[in-house]
Write a protein that binds this ligand. Structure first.
Ligand SMILES: Cc1cc2nc3c(=O)[nH]c(=O)nc-3n(C[C@H](O)[C@H](O)[C@H](O)COP(=O)(O)OP(=O)(O)OC[C@H]3O[C@@H](n4cnc5c(N)ncnc54)[C@H](O)[C@@H]3O)c2cc1C
Length: 311
């Protein structure tokens, strides 16, 4: 079985940055990932990564990967299925049943935005359909957009979009929002927002880019065609962390609980980026957290005090 100093699960911004840092500390590092680049690959317009005015996600992520590989990170393509604690190490097992052993593990396997699964959604993803208002709102200056969802993130996305778009439809499948009262009150007063409750999303239509969004009233079955340039799907995230339950502490939502040094409740296991409790899920934040996790793993291997009191 191959032995490493650090195994990083996930090859997105967090994982690849962690690898740059651990490799530069001369730690034997493997990045095990289903794909390389993670969610950042899904956008062609990144305007908020310092150092680049505008860069396509795939180009940015290819730079991350090249840098990690240049310093010696070994990339293994695969899906990690389980991690078991041994006496002084961890055994990391892939879905294919291949096993690797490592002194430390950095969990950086991100999250997946929930999708509507309606016709047109995939076809126009990145061409008007987005799951990240923080990232894409500035591209909708003086345009009309729809936001789908009834929780805080949907309402906050709608509010943010009013700073750019000329009109924002906020559609939700239930008769009431699930967000904080204070946010609901604020949204209801905003003139640019038209609220459409009790409507199910049905279809995204267009030619090269989104042109309209079809919704259906849950009671009357009446359909409306909203002429929009963008559709923001803000219905939460899926975190596939169930398999870690016996290893490290998770929140009710499944986020990995970390302290401000990326340490989890399990000594020797660190976590970084979207998969953790750190707020504001952004590429720059994942990269910064990955750097911290890498440096913390180095300290742990060197035997410097990193034990956390989780009581
Ligand atoms: C459409 C869209 C546009 C965005 N635009 C911007 C933007 O403009 N600016 C910005 O800052 N942020 C943007 N974001 C957010 C940003 O992409 C994320 O915050 C960032 O990708 C998180 O990085 P991460 O490394 O934490 O996780 P991820 O990017 O999710 O990477 C995790 C990696 O782990 C892999 N993985 C998952 N499970 C396993 C497993 N069990 N075993 C092995 N590998 C696994 C995944 O395949 C993936 O490669 C956008 C997101 C989306 C969806």
């Amino acid at each position: 079985m191959e032995n490493y100093d650090v195994i990083i699960v996930g090859g997105g911004a967090a994982g690849l940055t962690a690898a740059i840092y651990t490799c530069r500390k001369k730690l034997k590092t493997a990045v095990i990932s289903l794909d390389l680049g993670g969610q950042t690959m899904l956008t062609n317009h990144i305007e908020n990564y310092p150092g680049f005015d505008l860069i396509p996600g795939p180009e940015l992520m290819s730079k991350f990967e090249q840098q990690a590989s240049k310093f010696g990170a070994e990339i293994i393509m695969g899906e990690v299925e389980s991690i078991k604690k041994k006496k002084n190490s961890f055994s990391v097992e892939l879905k294919t049943k291949e096993k690797y052993e490592s002194k430390t593990v950095i969990l950086a396997f991100g999250k997946t935005a929930r999708r509507l699964n309606i016709p047109g959604e995939d076809k126009f993803f990145g061409r008007g359909v987005s799951t990240c208002a923080t990232c894409d709102a500035p591209f909708y200056k003086e345009k009309t957009v729809a936001v789908i969802g009834g929780g805080n993130s949907a309402l906050e996305a709608a509010e943010l979009l009013t700073q750019f778009a000329k009109k924002v439809y906020l559609t939700h499948r239930r008769k009431e929002f699930r967000a904080d009262e204070i946010t609901i009150d604020k949204i209801k007063k905003m003139k640019k927002i038209e609220i459409l409750l009790d409507y199910l999303p049905k279809e995204v239509k267009g030619d090269k880019f989104v042109e309209s969004f079809v919704i259906e009233n849950t009671k009357t079955k009446e359909q409306k065609i909203l002429k929009v340039d963008g559709v923001f799907v803000e219905i939460g995230y899926e975190l596939k962390t169930d398999w870690l339950k016996n290893l490290t502490k998770l929140t009710e939502l499944g986020e990995i609980i970390i302290d401000n040094r990326c340490r989890t409740s399990q000594a020797g296991i660190f976590a970084a980026g979207d998969v953790t409790t750190v707020p504001f899920k952004q590429t720059i934040i994942s990269a910064g957290e990955g750097a911290k996790a890498g440096l913390e793993a180095y300290k742990y291997i060197k035997g410097e005090a990193t034990v956390v009191d989780w009581k």
